[in-house]
Design a protein around this ligand. Structure first.
Ligand code: FPP
Length: 260
């Protein structure tokens, strides 16, 4: 419990101190969930077991985001480059997505979580597309946390799709080339419904973006944590937010702006 002196010098009891007090909370947190395979291999387990445990960490991340009052949580769940993995691992990851939607959707909906999906749906099977549509439709009116699942997502692929669509509009005379500016491009990306990420977290100690939110992360604070994704718990999340909270964001200017 915090205590402080009032004017007469007497001690008054303030609200209980918590480990989240005074933190400036990012509006949008985006996470590269890396290290499931290494987590499992280090324990003599299969890579798929690592992914299964990674799913638990996803649930924790959703809960901590809600507790902190984060508005958008984007999770890099399957990248456009993950197709090069062994077919069985790909199948397993698709199975996990299926399971996540079948098992967790009702609970997410009850908690007022809105689910959105970004990425290309082109190579996805119709049952996966149906489940993704179902998750988005069921939760579309929710106003709590927005959970964004980046599935079959790659930043370059997203930009390529967007540029192609804009190019088609210009060629068809629907859009003058002079109307193309940063705002227009942002409004045509998969992420048009949300603000850019304030904080990008990557687990596993690797320090790169790996094609994640390339346009949107232009001014994000990057935090790299030296633990594998299945070990990402509330304490690790708070450590990343504390680090974010301590940084001065200037957005290319000179006056330090406090994080939102
Ligand atoms: C990276 O670890 C993780 C992935 C490629 C998949 C992440 C998926 C989940 C945590 C579960 C699915 C989540 C949802 C929301 C449906 P890695 O395999 O690259 O690990 P490594 O680098 O140690 O090999």
């Amino acid at each position: 419990m915090n205590s402080k002196a009032n004017d007469s010098g007497a001690e008054i009891l303030a609200t209980p101190a918590t480990d989240t007090e005074g933190l400036s909370v990012p509006r949008h947190v985006a996470i590269i969930m890396d290290g499931n395979g290494r987590w499992a291999q280090g324990r003599g387990l299969s890579r798929t077991e690592g992914h299964r445990r990674g799913m638990e960490a996803v649930r924790n991340a959703v809960e901590t985001s809600r507790e902190l009052g984060v508005s958008y949580l984007t999770l890099f769940s399957f990248s456009s480059e993950n197709w090069t993995r062994p077919p069985l691992e790909i199948q397993f990851l698709f199975g996990l997505l299926r399971l996540f939607i079948q098992r967790d959707l009702a609970d997410l909906n009850a908690k007022n979580v809105r689910v959105r999906v970004i990425g290309s749906r082109e190579r996805l099977t119709s049952d996966i597309k149906g489940l993704l549509d179902k998750a988005e439709t069921l939760t579309m009116r929710n106003r709590g946390l927005t959970l964004v699942i980046a599935f079959n997502y790659g930043g370059r692929d997203e930009l390529t799709r967007t540029m192609r669509a804009i190019g088609e509009d210009v060629a068809a005379g629907r859009l003058p080339a002079s109307a193309i500016d940063e705002q227009l491009i942002s409004s045509r990306l998969d992420t048009s419904f949300m603000p850019d990420p304030d904080l990008v977290i990557r687990t596993s100690g690797e320090m790169r973006l790996s094609n994640f939110l390339l346009w949107q992360a232009a001014y994000a604070e990057l935090v790299f944590l030296p633990l594998y994704w299945p070990d990402f718990d509330r304490a690790a999340y708070l450590e990343a937010v504390r680090e974010f909270s301590s940084r001065a964001r200037r957005f290319g200017g000179i006056a330090a702006r406090r994080s939102p």
